[in-house]
Design a protein around this ligand. Sequence first.
Ligand SMILES: [Zn+2]
Length: 309
Amino acid sequence: MSLETRVETEGDDRVLPFQIEASALRGRVVRMGPLLDEVLRHHAYPKPVAERLAEMLALAALLSGALKFEGVFTLQIKGDGPVKLMVADVTSAGHMRGYAQFDAAAVAALGTGPAPSVPRLFGAGYLALTVDQGAHTERYQGIVELTGATLAECVHGYFRQSEQLEAAVMVAARAPAGGGNRGWRAGALMLQRLPTEGTELVRDDADEAWRHALILMSSCSPAELTSADLPAEDLLFRLFHEDGVRVFRDHALEARCRCSRERVERVLEALPQQDLEEMKVEGEVVVTCEFCSRVYRFGDSEIAALAKS
Ligand SMILES: [Zn+2]
């Protein structure tokens, strides 16, 4: 038996869909643990950046579950504040990755107090949701201005603009106690409703059921959302048991980057010869994946071969 502290919890890194029986409202819970450690260990992000990226990963998994797609779902924020770019993506197979670009001095200047709000961290900018299903399909993209103090509020801004989806989300992330980079936690919860058809009475009942479910949902605390000791099923029971709650088959999530030497080669092949020459440092072109920090090196002869093909 290993004496190493077990950080993983049974049932982490997954999306669990559910239905509230009394109202037939659908939702999903996302729970993340080891996946976050794996994504974040490749970077040395300051805490406010790492925390928001953990939330972005949980939100990407949560929102992607609302769509039927084969390919890649991407959640991205671009801003003019200390953090310029934050990206989290998830494939239909549940493979996830993410990264951030930021001004280290500007992030440090925010101090070590409570987590900075979205406007302080990202400035003015936008949130984009993209679904890419490959070369021969149309890309879907939804874009909304960043409005709100939290990432959840920004996502609500997107829902308000979207005609199909009436939904609410909660998200929370928690850094490892005592620092270090193992033991990250994140959780997210989403409820959604479909347009109600029928008489005014039916619609009133549906509105009432929606408001009631939102109240139950809002009683969920960040500690419960990120808890390693409260399985997702138990959390749902705690929140919605009075209306009955049924869970469906869960989907596993895993930290896995899609970069490869072949993909990097294709990018380099597309560059003019002169650009490749200018990228050389001591006779080598070195490309580092922004998502996973893997390093790809190309020597003189390899560069010459790429330029010819
Ligand atoms: Zn990579």
